[in-house]
Design a protein around this ligand. Structure first.
Ligand SMILES: NC(=O)c1ccc[n+]([C@@H]2O[C@H](COP(=O)([O-])OP(=O)(O)OC[C@H]3O[C@@H](n4cnc5c(N)ncnc54)[C@H](O)[C@@H]3O)[C@@H](O)[C@H]2O)c1
Length: 432
């Protein structure tokens, strides 16, 4: 272990990042930035090719960062034999839900299968993907032990959850404190030494289970609080009160209150998914997670609530939803990014199409829709100008990208349904 620690401390070790997506890519960039040689592994040949050509496929990651990484010796590859060349293996692959909201660890398991023949002594393997408490100890440790290694003696296993917030310019990989854990004391020590090289603060915890549950708690905290404001939004609406004004007023309290904002539903790879990892595990223990289930119920009802507001708004001008032209603003699940995973905008489109509306969307960062697990709309983004906006019966603001020209939208729209509190309420602006 001492030689591995020495190599890491002197930035002489090679880092392997598996899964070069929203989490893995910034991590690889940060390790290269501080002078490590980094090898990036992915099964997606298109991404590997783009990275090796210095190109970025994520809007908020600059090409300069990719080419800078290349100058530090970074290569991307689909060849997992190269795992034998790395000292630390960081797994950042997806952990989605299955059809019955059960954890889908198939990407993690297939990664383990891909690396198993290329592992060697004195390597450190760390899972970064979000997962239920117990995954590292119950899935990864026995798998590595079956390959003949002694954990904590000649091979080290850690868990360190990613806290990436795509598009948030106030924080970087370096400035976000990183929770670190290890399967044994030695595993924790070497894991901590590794992350100490790239972040300002590491937060060691006593077990991989604690680290796994920390990440889940963070995401449950968001899901439950968003569920709360989404419920209060519906109450406030009945009372003709603007919920965003209420939240902003409450947020002036300097202690004991954190502002969460309502919206058209939860999106992204984390908040709608991760809490159910715990629900599933809790059921195994015979415990119900009612807060999680209730927040899930409220948040997943939001797209239908928004569509009911669309119906009401069209009714007031004597139109039915069937045949009406509706423009959805924003396809991404949150503002200023290009990620549509689990985006409520997709569900809004689906629900409106089911009601025979004629739906288009406009998103400055997503020029066309791609097939997802649930939808295949084959739509192209509409350019926003006076004539296009004016041609719709109703404009539905689903994602409040800063790049939208809100003055133009307000001036030219016939009716606006605002799910993000971006507009002032008026005769033609309704909140949903
Ligand atoms: N996106 C976020 O904001 C965020 C934040 C915190 C944590 N997380 C967690 O991080 C993990 C990764 O999420 P992401 O958003 O980066 O996903 P992503 O889909 O952007 O990236 C995952 C990458 O892994 C690759 N991949 C899939 N299977 C592979 C395999 N067997 N071997 C090598 N590569 C493989 C995919 O091709 C893809 O490039 C998830 O567990 C997620 O919950 C994500």
């Amino acid at each position: 272990m001492n030689s591995l620690k020495f190599k890491i401390k002197n930035h002489k070790s090679t880092i392997g990042v598996i899964g070069l997506g929203y989490v893995g890519l910034p991590l690889a960039i940060r390790f290269a930035e501080v002078g490590f040689k980094v090898i990036g592994f992915d099964i997606d040949e298109r991404k590997v090719k783009m990275l090796n050509n210095g190109k970025s496929y994520i809007k908020h990651i600059n090409e300069g960062d990719i080419s800078g990484m290349g100058e530090q010796g970074f290569i991307a590859t689909t060849d997992f034999e190269k795992i034998s060349h790395v000292d630390a293996i960081l797994i950042c692959v997806p952990t989605p839900l299955g059809v019955h909201n059960e954890p889908d660890l198939s990407y993690v398991k297939s990664t383990l299968d891909l690396v198993k023949d290329h592992l060697r002594e004195e390597q450190l393997l760390i899972l970064e993907s979000t997962t239920y408490p117990g995954t590292t100890a119950e899935e990864i440790v026995p798998f590595i032990e079956r390959q003949g290694f002694k954990i904590g003696e000649n091979f080290y296993i850690g868990y360190s959850p990613e806290r990436e917030d795509p598009g948030n310019k106030n924080f970087s990989v370096q400035s976000i404190p990183k929770v670190v854990s290890g399967h044994t004391k030695n595993c924790l020590e070497v894991t901590r030494v590794l992350y100490d090289q790239i972040v300002d603060e590491t937060v060691p915890v006593s077990s991989t289970q604690v680290a796994e549950m920390t990440k889940i708690l963070e995401n449950i905290h968001r899901a439950v609080n968003i569920g709360l404001v989404n419920e209060l939004k519906m109450v406030a609406d009945k009372m003709n009160i603007d919920i965003n004004e209420v939240i902003n007023a409450a947020a002036t309290k300097p202690f004991g209150f954190t502002a969460y904002y309502p919206g058209p539903g939860l999106g992204g790879h984390c908040i709608p998914i991760d809490p159910f990892y715990l629900t599933w595990k809790a059921k195994e223990m015979g415990v119900n997670t009612r807060f999680i289930e209730l927040a899930g119920e409220i948040n997943s009802a939001m797209p239908s609530y928004v569509v009911s507001k669309v119906t009401d708004a069209l009714n007031t001008v004597g139109k039915s939803i069937s045949g009406s032209k509706i423009l959805i603003l924003g396809l991404a699940y949150k503002k200023n990014i290009d990620d549509v995973r689990e985006s409520p905008s997709l569900e809004l489109i689906e629900l409106l199409l089911q009601k025979c509306a004629r739906v288009d969307y406009s998103d400055p960062f997503i020029s066309e829709t791609h097939k997802t697990r649930k939808n295949d709309f084959k739509m192209k983004s509409i350019e926003l100008n006076k004539d296009t906006i004016n041609s719709y019966d109703l404009v539905l603001l689903a994602t409040d990208h800063d790049d939208f020209d809100y003055n133009l939208i307000e001036k030219e729209s016939k009716i606006i349904i605002d799910t993000r509190g971006r507009f002032q309420k008026s005769a033609k602006v309704l909140k949903a």
